[in-house]
Structures are given as structure tokens and as C-alpha cells.
Write a protein that binds this ligand. Structure first.
Ligand SMILES: *[C@@H]1O[C@H](CO)[C@@H](O)[C@H](O)[C@H]1NC(C)=O
Ligand SMILES: *[C@@H]1O[C@H](CO)[C@@H](O)[C@H](O)[C@H]1NC(C)=O
Length: 348
């Protein structure tokens, strides 16, 4: 499945509006009563906080309606005293559909097209696997990045895992360039802001001799023309990659014990759109549509979790991170996290 962003912004709004009218999920702005005035004030503060403006009055009203409906949903979920909470983050005046079409961007392999060029196969280490690990504490994780409204999560996922193994092997933490992948790794599978695969990104880095630093090839959040000169300024290289056996969180844990890895999840749930912290145990699908980096695992109040680095900025989630329940009774893992894990290999 491919999440495309070929829908233009205007038609997206039109579709969102149709949803408002037909499904009635989202409240239409009401006549100003006392409550609405309080709401309006809150929305205006929120708009200011997130630096958003809407020129047309119609769009403002529509956004305000969506915001109010999301607030109700947030209140409803938070009142249940779950292990996680929601908040009115920067995505709070977007419909869930709009959110899905804008911020995801992992293209599933499908059954018949597993990667063939991985060269290395998964091996179980003999080392005891620690109870918990957090690669952030070991200096192998760069600060949270922001893909903006570009479906380039696959590039951030691959880059995050390579930053990890590069730090582990060289002792140097270098922020690497997702933009190089967006611009230069454009082909059949990887389509820049329209989605891609981490395995293909690894293959590109192997063929290219490595990848540039974020500093040399900075992020723009839109499809650009590959700059071959900058693309040859190599800041980190890999020698291969490994696909983690799927549907096996034990195998995934052994891998994460050794290095940060790439994984794919279904991030389309409204609860993930508005997630603000805690261990996410909520309902989510298994239709993989978002690439992330798993940078550790642990346990909180008896609930085992993965530490997931996202690429939606620090304003989303727990300072940009997500704790996702681990050890699910469903072997595919919560949100499908155990279905497509992989990691880069660096032999020299
Ligand atoms: C909320 O959950 C915590 C732990 O899960 C529990 O100790 C507490 O009693 C709960 N509070 C309510 C009001 O249900
Ligand atoms: C999961 O992977 C581990 C190795 O990490 C292996 O011992 C175990 O048999 C695997 N489980 C299944 C169900 O394949």
C-alpha cells in the first residue's frame, strides 16, 4: 500500500469538508456562546503557539471546527486513565485523513517483493540481552528531526539507524542527510516526499559509497534535484544491511540491544496523531505506512515498551519520541512494529 500525497492541498480540504458534512464527526462552528468564546480564545492561542494563520474565514472556521472535535476526542481518551495521554499538538486542527495523507510515507514491500540485496543474514548474538537499553544515553542518537509535510519518513528512518551504527563504530555522532535520499534515491520504490522504503535507502548508500551530512546537504522538506557533488561528500558509510526476522519481537530486541534499527508501523490512528506521552497501548492498525527508528526498549509500570524516535519534530509526542507497547500477544507487534525491522551493517 502506498500513501500518496498527489491529492492537492485544496482538494484535501474539500475532502475534509465533505467528511465534516456527511459523517458529522467534526463539529461545525456554532453560534458564539460563552463556551465557544472560551474555545475560540483557546484556538487563537493555539494558532499563535504553532505559528499558523488561515487567510480565508471559511478555512478558519473549518479548522476551528476540527480543532474542537479533536479536543473532545482528547478529553474522552485522557479521562480513561490509560498508560498514555493525548494533547492538542500541532496536528490538532487537521482531520485524521489529512494527517495520514501528509505525514506518513512508507511503502509496504508486499509479499512478493522482499528485499533481495541484503547480503547479510540475521544472526543471533550469544551475548545476554540487557533488560533495557536506551541508545540516546550512549550518545548514538541525534536530536529529533522534522520531515514537515513531506512523506519522507523512510529517509529519516534509514538515516537514524545509520547515525546509530556510525557512532557505535567510529565514536562520532554525525547528523546525516535525509534530503540526499529524497533527491538522489528517487526511483521505482523510493519516491521522495511520496514515500519509500528503508531497505532501498540502505542499498542507495551502499552504491553511493555512503551519505552526506545534514550540514552539507540540509533538509528542505520537498523534492529537489540531486546535487551529485554534495552527494559524494561522504560523512558515513555502510557495508550492508539485515532484515530482522518478521513477527518476532524477541529477535527485534536482540537487534536493538546491539544498535538502533529501522522499523515500520501503522501510524494512521488519531490517537497517534495526538499522542503526547506514556506507553501507547491503544488500538492501531497493521497496515505499515510510517518509517521510524527504534532506539531502545524498557519497561514502565509493568508495561514493556519500545523507544521509538519519530520525525515529526519535538512538539509531537514525548519530546518527539513514542513509547510503543512491546511483547504484544499479536506476533506482528503493536501497530505492526515487528513486521519490517532492518538495520545497517558497518564492517569498516
Ligand atoms: C489510574 O491508574 C492508576 C495506575 O494505572 C491507578 O493507580 C489509579 O487508581 C487510577 N485512577 C483512577 C481514577 O482510575
Ligand atoms: C524468534 O527469534 C529468536 C532469536 O532471536 C529465536 O530463538 C526464536 O525461535 C524465534 N521465534 C520464532 C517464533 O520464530
Amino acid at each position: 500500500m502506498k500513501i500518496t500525497s498527489s491529492v492537492t492541498r485544496n482538494s484535501m480540504l474539500a475532502i475534509a469538508l465533505v467528511c465534516v458534512l456527511c459523517v458529522g464527526t467534526y463539529a461545525r462552528p456554532e453560534k458564539p456562546t460563552g463556551e465557544v468564546t472560551v474555545m475560540e480564545k483557546r484556538y487563537k492561542t493555539w494558532l499563535k503557539q504553532h505559528g499558523k494563520t488561515y487567510k480565508s474565514r471559511d478555512e478558519w472556521n473549518m479548522r476551528f471546527g476540527i480543532y474542537q472535535s479533536n479536543l473532545k476526542f482528547i478529553g474522552f481518551v485522557n479521562a480513561q486513565n490509560l498508560s498514555y495521554t493525548l494533547t492538542d499538538n500541532e496536528f490538532a486542527d487537521m482531520t485524521n485523513f489529512e494527517f495520514q495523507t501528509t505525514y506518513l510515507g512508507y511503502k509496504s514491500h508486499g509479499r512478493r517483493r522482499r528485499p533481495r540485496n541484503q547480503q547479510h543474514s540475521y544472526k543471533v548474538g550469544n551475548d545476554a540481552v540487557p533488560f533495557s537499553i536506551d541508545w540516546r544515553e550512549k550518545g548514538a542518537v541525534t536530536s529529533i528531526k522534522n520531515q514537515d509535510s513531506c512523506g519522507s519518513c523512510w529517509a529519516f528512518s534509514a538515516v537514524g539507524a545509520v547515525e546509530g551504527i556510525n557512532q557505535i563504530k567510529t565514536g562520532k555522532l554525525v547528523s546525516l542527510s535525509p534530503q540526499e535520499l529524497v533527491d538522489c534515491n528517487f526511483g521505482f520504490d523510493n519516491r521522495g516526499c511520496r514515500g519509500g522504503l528503508m531497505s532501498k535507502a540502505y542499498e542507495f548508500m551502499m552504491l553511493n559509497g555512503g551519505i552526506s551530512s545534514e550540514e552539507d546537504y540540509p533538509y528542505k522538506g520537498r523534492q529537489g534535484i540531486c546535487n551529485p557533488i554534495t552527494a559524494r561528500k561522504i560523512a558515513a558509510s555502510i557495508t550492508g544491511y539485515v532484515q530482522i526476522p518478521e513477527r518476532n519481537e524477541t529477535a527485534m530486541r536482540s537487534a536493538v540491544a546491539r544498535q538502533p534499527i529501522s522499523a515500520a508501523i501503522d501510524a494512521s490512528a488519531a490517537e497517534l496523531q495526538l499522542y503526547s506521552g506514556g506507553v501507547f497501548t491503544g488500538a492501531c492498525g497493521k497496515r505499515l505506512n510510517h518509517g521510524v527508528v527504534v532506539v531502545g526498549y524498557g519497561e514502565e509500570e509493568g508495561v514493556e515498551h519500545w523507544i521509538v524516535k519519530n520525525s515529526w519534530g519535538v512538539g509531537w509526542g514525548d519530546e518527539g519520541y513514542l513509547k510503543l507497547q512491546r511483547g504484544s500477544s499479536d506476533e506482528r507487534g503493536v501497530c505492526g512494529i515487528a513486521m519490517d525491522g532492518s538495520y545497517p551493517v558497518k564492517d569498516f
